[in-house]
Design a protein around this ligand. Structure first.
Ligand code: 5U1
Length: 673
């Protein structure tokens, strides 16, 4: 047997043992035997470098450390799920599904655990792992391929056969409890920081610039869906799809079940609730999905969540502690929020020291007094809240809280409008607290994405009077930054590079970054899409704003208020003058989602995608593909040697695009070049 044949056998054997150990949890050989095989392959590849293949088991950790993560645009957005806590919400979900499908019979669902980890997307081309990305904001994630390659439960090459040319698998990265405990013990021994819970440990481990660090962390993966499958027919049901993923070598939750009707859903929830503590990993609920994939497609999506799926969350965890004090936090829009300062207590996997009290009415309604014994509640990622007081444990020294009438940060008057539950500081951007929050929001990942501009640094910049408005960020120089305490020159130049990079943005991000009240990410996207230019948005009157989907009178009023404030217009002008820009017409160019219902015709040979792959990608984004060109055709995608269809498109004035433009069209947030 020659070296190439031996390497081939060793790779196959090691892959098989990996799969049996990490995916099936049923090893056949001892660790020592596995190590022997692995070392033999390493030695062989060292002697014959020409035999090394990127999907060899020896190549899981090989990439050099990065300086930052590249952005990845998700062709199919990574959605979130609608949540339910109560049984009647589950019944209502089932009712909506039956109404949507116009059926009276019981619907078949697949129920799965809802992993408390990190959602990721894995792309395979011709069966080989080519890219792995985090969810990010659902449209844009981070390229963490080198890190995901180090997870033994993620196949570098798919097993079995019949895989699509292009496959995008969605799933969750998490850490098992036992691994978490062992890892934290190691961290402690080394004097390194311990992680608070397995979810944070998984997130921290995956976002490492050096893949060798990720490789040393015990991360696992579970697949739960397919986002893109081009070039092969998929099964007709979600349950069969999960089986297919298992055949291709992915770990799939062994606890998945097919159930029928709402009674089946609730029985599964009860069963998993009882088994939860015995599972090796954290789950924060269960997920229900309509099993029939054609029915899923008919049900479609509402806003950013599928109508065919629901996350049924477990009740929040609660703990008892003492309320030490109530302080006031001043938010970005000046809202004064009372915050409970608590005796530290471990609840829902983290140590909680603060909990929101929402507003003055809430304090009164719950009759909260400083010194009380209180119940703190925490559900998933949600900010902990003070659920209730235990009046029977109230000490005689407990004191009532009085809401201040002035801002505790800047001393301006705090005013509560009749129609609002919160009092607001009237200091505007004169108030350092509002300024700080506005800057943090402006720089945040989903807004201008300025990495390195954190809480402490913004505070320093405001204290030193170097930065007052977002526009000042673009005037920062190395000298001013380097003079700040605890600011190394390297960090200062990294920050300046991040600020420079943020200048190229999208209209939607820019609108969101401005921080208008009641304008979240989704509304910012709608506004960008509707108006197509910032100047049109700034000039829009109430009536024009009300024509934007999901914009009601309150939101329209907030936008008008913001856009008619001279100070805001000045900051916007300064930002534009500093070079902040976005592609002209970018917001009006069709983006994924708006491809829904559009009619495409493919002609000629595309440079990288097969005809089937292109069709599947269009269909996955909600478009349709037709064989012939007519006036109804929205786009003709033309490759090399396109013939009569191209001519017909040109004669009818139908837009002709190439493969790159088609991919841009199917990719959220990207403009058509
Ligand atoms: N188990 C599971 N978790 N989870 C999360 N399935 C699942 N599916 C998801 C998400 C966000 O999304 C698809 C329904 C689109």
């Amino acid at each position: 047997m020659n070296a190439s044949e031996r390497a081939c056998i060793l790779r196959a054997e090691i892959d098989e043992h990996n799969y049996r150990y990490y995916v099936l949890d049923a090893p056949l050989i001892s660790d020592a035997e596995y190590d022997r095989l692995f070392r033999e392959l390493q030695a062989l590849e060292a002697d014959h470098p020409e035999l090394v293949r990127s999907d060899s088991p020896t190549q899981r950790v090989g990439a050099a450390p990065l300086t930052g993560f590249a952005a990845v645009l998700h062709v199919t957005p990574m959605l979130s799920l609608n949540n339910a806590f109560a049984d009647d919400e589950v019944m209502a979900f089932d009712r909506r599904v039956r109404e949507g499908l116009a059926v009276d019979d019981e619907v078949s669902y697949v129920a799965e655990p809802k992993f408390d980890g990190l959602a990721v997307s894995l792309s395979y081309e011709q069966g080989s792992l080519t890219r792995g990305a985090t969810r990010g904001d659902g449209s844009r994630g981070e390229d963490v391929t080198a890190n995901l390659r180090t997870l033994h439960s993620i196949p570098l090459h798919l097993r079995g056969s019949g895989w699509p040319e292009l496959l995008e698998v969605r799933g969750e990265v998490l850490m098992w409890h036992s691994d978490f405990v062992r890892m934290n013990a190691r961290q402690r021994e080394k004097g390194d920081k311990e992680f608070v819970n397995p979810r944070n440990a998984a997130a921290g481990s995956l976002r490492q610039l050096d893949p060798r660090i990720t490789a040393a962390r015990p991360l696992r993966f579970f697949a739960y869906g397919i986002a893109v499958a081009a070039g092969a027919a998929l099964p007709a049901t979600h349950s069969a799809l999960l089986e297919r993923l298992a055949e291709w070598g992915f770990p799939v939750a062994p606890e998945r079940r097919r159930v029928s009707g709402p009674a089946g859903l609730l029985a599964y929830y009860a069963d998993m609730g009882a088994r939860r503590v015995a599972l090796p990993y954290d789950i924060d609920g269960v997920v229900y999905k309509v099993d029939d994939l054609a029915a899923q497609e008919r049900l479609g999506f509402v806003s950013r969540a599928p109508r065919f799926a629901l996350a049924h969350k477990f009740p929040a965890e609660e703990a008892i502690t003492t309320l030490l004090d109530i302080s006031i936090q001043v938010g970005r829009t000046g809202a004064l929020t009372p915050v409970a300062r608590l005796m530290p207590v471990f609840v829902g996997g983290v140590t909680v020291t603060n909990a929101t009290l929402h507003n003055e009415d809430e304090i009164r309604r719950k009759d909260v007094r400083i010194g009380d014994t209180v119940v703190v509640r925490r559900a998933g990622d949600v900010i902990p809240e003070l659920a209730r007081v235990l009046p029977e444990r109230r000490p005689a020294s407990a004191t009532a809280f009085v809401m201040p009438t002035t801002c505790p940060v800047c001393g301006s008057l705090a005013v509560r409008n009749d129609d609002e539950a919160v009092a607001r500081c009237t200091g505007g951007l004169y108030c350092p607290a509002q300024r700080k929050q506005a800057l943090l929001h402006f720089a945040s990942r989903r807004a201008m994405d300025i990495e390195g501009l954190g809480d402490r640094l913004v505070e320093q910049l405001i204290e030193a009077a170097i930065v007052r408005t977002p526009a000042d960020l673009y005037r920062l120089g190395l000298l001013a930054l380097a003079n700040l305490a605890r600011m190394a020159e390297k960090s200062a130049s990294n920050l300046l590079a991040a600020i420079e990079q943020s200048k190229q943005t999208t209209l939607a991000r820019f609108i969101y970054a401005l921080g208008m009240r009641n304008v979240g990410e989704a509304t910012a996207r709608d506004l960008a899409r509707h108006f197509g230019s910032l100047d049109r948005l700034l000039a829009a009157d109430q009536g024009q704003l009300l024509q934007v989907p999901d914009v009601g009178p309150v939101v329209a009023q907030c936008i008008r208020q913001f856009c008619s404030e001279p100070h805001n217009l000045e900051v916007i002008a300064q930002l534009r003058a500093a070079g902040v820009n976005w592609t002209a017409g970018e917001a009006t160019a069709p983006v994924a989602g708006s491809v829904a219902g559009k009619l495409f015709v493919l002609t000629g040979t595309l440079p990288s995608l097969g005809r089937d792959a292109a069709r599947q990608m269009i269909e996955a984004a909600g478009g349709k593909v037709s064989a012939s060109v007519s006036k109804k055709t929205d786009f003709v995608v033309a490759g090399a040697e396109a013939g009569s269809k191209l001519e017909k498109a040109q004669s009818l004035g139908v837009p002709v695009i190439d493969e790159g433009q088609m991919l841009a069209l199917l990719t959220p947030g990207r403009s058509v070049p």
